[in-house]
Each structure stands twice: as C-alpha cells, then as structure tokens.
Design a protein around this ligand. Structure first.
Ligand code: ADP
Length: 264
C-alpha cells in the first residue's frame, strides 16, 4: 500500500511538471493491525476469567448460598481467577511501561552473576516441585549496564519457562542449564532445557504477545502469554539481542546477549 502526494513544481523551460511522492503504508498498516489484534486479544484474555467469576458469584448468591463446602470450593476458584486477571493486568502494565521507555537505555551497573544466583535461589522450590534440577555455570563479576528489575524479569521469565515447559519425561531430561559469561564487549546469558522443544514454525512467533504453542497448557500453568514479549522488549531496550534455538524432542535454548559493563 502506498500513499501518493502530488505537488505542482515549476522548472524553468518546462511547461508543466508535478512531483509525485510515494509513502509506503505497508508498515503503518501492519502496526495498526497489530494494535487492533492486541486490544482484541487482551480483552478476550480478561473476559474469560471475568465471565467465570460472574458465574460463580451468581451461583453463590443462588443455589449454593447455604452450602458451606461448595462455598469454600467456589471461593478458592474465584480467587484463582482473580489472581489470573491481576497477573495479566500487571504484565500489560509492565509491557506498556517498557514500551514507553524504549528510547532510553538504562545504564545502572548490574552484577548479573549475583542477580542470576539470587533468582535461581528464589525459584529452587518451583524446580523441586517440578522434579527439575538447575545447573549453574556463572562466571564471576559479570556486569551489564541496565535496569536491575527489568534484567531480573528477563532471567525470571526464561528460567520459569524452562521449568514449566522444559520438563522432559525421563530422568535424564529434567535439567535446566544456566550459563553466564563475558565474551569481549558482550555478556552472554543462556538458559537451556531438554524438554519437548518447539517446532520450527512456532519459534519466530514465540515473542509475539499472546502467542502460545499450546494455550491450554500455558493457562493451566498460570501463563499470561506475555512473558517472552516482555523479555524481548527489555532486551531491546538494553540494546541487546534475544535468540531462540529449539528442536522437537531435544529441548530449547534461549540466549540473551547484552553490552557488557565494567566490573563494579
Ligand atoms: P506463557 O508462558 O505465559 O504462555 P510466554 O510468552 O512466556 O507466555 O511463552 C510463550 C509460549 O512459548 C509458551 O506458551 C510456550 O508455548 C512457549 N515456550 C516458552 N518457553 C518454552 C520452553 N522453554 N520450551 C518450550 N516452549 C516454550
């Protein structure tokens, strides 16, 4: 799609001449399309738990009013639905805040070695619950200029995903390997699992908002479908790169490359 502007110009010696300028609209149409899809998806994601909440409220006000056991059970489900909506709204707000600040590169020195070790510590219970082991290979004093909370979010999302989706069926496939190193002017962080992996056609789309390979599995595990979109935006704001390699039956490798900073 192109938009044309026609403007008359006069050039000496020529009778009539007009200048036509063309503007490529393909990109702006694509962006507009994505915005419309995003609003529709977000509304749908909120609508589903909201409808379920309303249904339970009606049942509690009607048939289940005097049944204590049912009331307890329903209140538990309602709490879960409300928590799901809260997670979704939090993720939407995070994404929009990061997007608003894309042009400003955060520059506080962050010790990634300490940060990764701390986050793995906080996720050790989740790993145990999922029967997974985390192996760490962290070089000391790896520093990147950035925003500590945002970089923590990147590590947290990638490790949580590896623990959620990277769980293979036999014992040899129940490990997640996290490596951090400095290579020249760059920092490399990798999170590898040995789970079922992702088919090639899905890989480039994993960082799209609300894109999930298996929506039912993602929701059952409490996912909002925004985690990797948030990761990608944070990495880009830090002027870094995110790459994903995966093979069915082999597992998945997420690699974040960031500009390195001086040792604190
Ligand atoms: P969520 O986990 O909330 O669904 P994400 O944006 O974090 O959203 O991930 C998007 C999708 O990418 C997931 O639903 C899942 O299908 C896929 N995915 C993410 N990490 C992995 C992984 N380590 N192994 C296999 N699939 C993954």
């Amino acid at each position: 799609w192109f938009e044309a502007h026609i403007a008359p110009v006069e050039i000496e010696g020529l009778d009539a001449i007009a200048m036509i300028s063309l503007r490529d609209l393909t990109e702006s149409r694509r962006v507009e399309r994505m915005r419309v899809d995003f609003v529709a998806n977000a509304s749908h994601e909120l609508r589903t738990p909201l409808a379920s909440l309303l249904g339970f409220v009606e049942t509690l006000q009607g048939p289940a009013r005097d049944d204590a056991a049912t009331r307890e059970k329903f209140l538990g489900i309602m709490r879960e639905q409300a928590q799901r909506m809260a997670r979704l709204v939090d993720d939407l707000l995070s994404l929009s805040r990061i997007e608003q600040h894309m042009h400003v590169r955060p520059a506080t020195p962050v010790d990634l070695t300490l940060l990764v070790a701390h986050i793995v510590d906080t996720l050790s219970q989740m790993a145990e619950d999922n029967g997974m082991t985390i192996h760490l290979d962290l070089a000391p004093n790896v520093v990147a200029p950035g925003d500590r909370d945002e970089l923590a979010r990147v590590v947290e999302n990638l490790v949580e995903n590896a623990l959620k989706y990277g769980c293979g069926d036999d014992a040899t496939k129940k490990s997640v390997e996290i490596a951090l190193s400095r290579k020249g002017a760059l920092v490399h962080l990798t999170v590898r699992d040995h789970g079922p992996g992702v088919a090639p056609e899905h890989i480039p789309r994993l960082t799209e908002r609300f894109y999930r390979v298996d929506a039912g599995k993602s929701r059952a595990k409490g996912g909002t479908g925004l985690g990797l979109a948030i990761v990608k935006h944070i990495v880009l704001r830090h002027r870094g790169r995110l790459s994903i390699e995966s093979a069915l039956g082999e597992g998945t490798l997420f690699r974040v490359v960031l500009p390195a900073g001086d040792v604190i």
